[in-house]
Design a binder for this molecule. Structure first.
Ligand SMILES: [Cu+2]
Length: 446
């Protein structure tokens, strides 16, 4: 069954997204198998791997400057770790197996993560071990850090976008990380869920202002959502505030986040499609915005609020050191036969590194406090969202702050940052099948 089939069959089930929240965060995340209705009552529930029994895991909400403390208990049959994606945290809390910590052992292993949250924004958490399978089976959740004085909105919502490859009985198709997926675009599925279920519609009220936090938790799928009849402003990328602009170019690669300010200015009772059109021949309706019949909450909207900047150090471009990092491989790419035989398909600066099998030696040694410009070159015929741990960088010399940059096929990008966070940090593709088959590296800050 294709994605359209699933989306159509979900019409019977009107699920209300989980958006109510409190700041009473769980003290514990427990990993175990669970069952969840992803595609509606017409199909069986799907066996998933989950944090605290649900996919996505609980929305963790903190205030900027607060300290997160969570004990992780692993009841799965597989070792794991938790990576706190986008958070500028101490290296020992980064959740990279063998590099920053020992894996949290299967069948009862525990590990406590504890760190301060310096930046406000939309972040997320997921395993960094066996990622294609562990994330693909449902292990991820949102980590929201609120500004000390958050902008006025009527609702602050999180949409976790996930992509599943399901069979006709809504079972996960096995074969995670197979060579076909790994050497091409990654495991792109056939069913897209928002907060753990396919959505027929989402109810809004005329005149309401919504802060919509989009998180792409998918292994490999890229999204380009548009909201028919609406002009949401992107107010943050990867958690970091942006000068507000319109949504024409919103593209979310795996791991990326965007905060949208959605002013619901259409008529009560009207309906508007949300279309994901990244893969142009395969655009589909993600859901409908359904306006309630109530009279508008307000007739005019306040100006778009400016979010306060996060305390990220500004790179000094005049004294910055430059390095070039080349991403290669994939089908139609050059790769030593020896690598292919080992199940490795991708390279960073010519080397293919298996997923966390042994100690990485850094491809770059960065001096703490020094500014750097990295030229990221994609020599392959594929898209790669490149993610750096422990830091935020500017996209281009004076562009937006982010922790990921989506490299189009045969393209390049520059990112600039201050290497201010000591430790060994991953720099890798967030298409998880690429990450696991060679496209990752370590940069050392000391
Ligand atoms: Cu990639």
């Amino acid at each position: 069954m294709d994605r359209r089939g699933f989306l159509a069959s979900g019409a019977a089930l009107a699920l209300s997204p989980r958006f109510s929240f409190s700041r009473e965060n769980p003290a514990r995340l427990r990993l175990a198998t669970s069952r969840q209705s992803l595609v509606g009552a017409a199909h069986p529930a799907t066996q998933v791997w989950a944090y605290n029994g649900a996919v996505p895991g609980p929305v963790l909400r903190y205030r900027q400057g607060e300290r997160l403390r969570i004990e992780v208990e692993n009841a799965l049959d597989a070792d794991t770790t938790v990576h706190w994606h986008g958070v500028r945290l101490p290296n020992a809390m980064d959740g990279v197996p063998h590099l920053t910590q020992a894996p949290i052992a299967a069948k009862g292993g525990r590990f406590t993560y504890e760190f301060d949250l310096p930046d406000a924004g939309t972040f997320w958490y997921h395993p960094h071990l066996g990622s294609p399978e562990q994330v693909g089976r449902g292990l991820y959740g949102a980590l929201i850090v609120e500004e000390r004085a958050p902008p006025q909105v009527d609702r602050d919502l999180v949409w976790v976008l996930a992509d599943w490859r399901l069979d006709r009985e809504a079972r996960l198709v096995e074969g995670f990380g197979n060579a076909m997926d790994a050497s091409h675009a990654g495991r792109i599925g056939n069913t897209v869920t928002v907060n753990g279920a396919i959505r027929e519609s989402f109810t809004v009220r005329a005149g309401e202002r919504i802060r919509l936090r989009l998180i792409n938790a998918s292994n490999a799928r890229i999204y380009a959502p548009t909201f028919e009849g609406h002009e949401p402003r992107i107010i943050a990328l990867d958690g970091h505030p942006l000068v507000a602009h319109r949504d024409a170019s919103l593209v979310l690669g795996p791991g990326m986040r965007a905060d949208l300010l959605l002013d619901c200015a259409a008529q009560p009772g009207s309906t508007h499609r949300v279309i994901d059109g990244f893969y142009r021949q395969r655009a589909y309706e993600l859901m409908k915005l359904q306006y309630a019949s109530e009279k508008p909450l307000r007739q005019a909207f306040a100006p778009v609020p400016r979010l306060p900047p996060n305390p990220v150090p500004e790179p000094e471009l005049s004294s910055a050191q430059r390095h070039r990092i080349v991403f290669g491989g994939g089908m139609m790419g050059a790769l030593p036969a020896q690598s292919r035989q080992r199940g490795l398909f991708w390279t960073v600066n010519g080397a293919a590194v298996p997923e966390h099998e042994h100690q990485h030696s850094p491809i770059l040694n960065l001096r703490r406090g020094q500014s750097y410009v990295l030229e990221l070159v994609n020599e392959t015929a594929w898209h790669h969202p490149i993610h750096l741990h422990g830091h935020a960088f500017r996209l281009g010399a004076a562009g937006a702050w982010a922790d990921s940059v989506l490299l189009d096929p045969k393209s390049r990008a520059e990112v600039a940052f201050v290497a201010d966070n000591p430790g060994d940090w991953m720099l890798h593709c967030h298409v998880l099948e690429h990450q696991a088959t060679g496209m990752m590296a370590v940069v050392r800050v000391a």
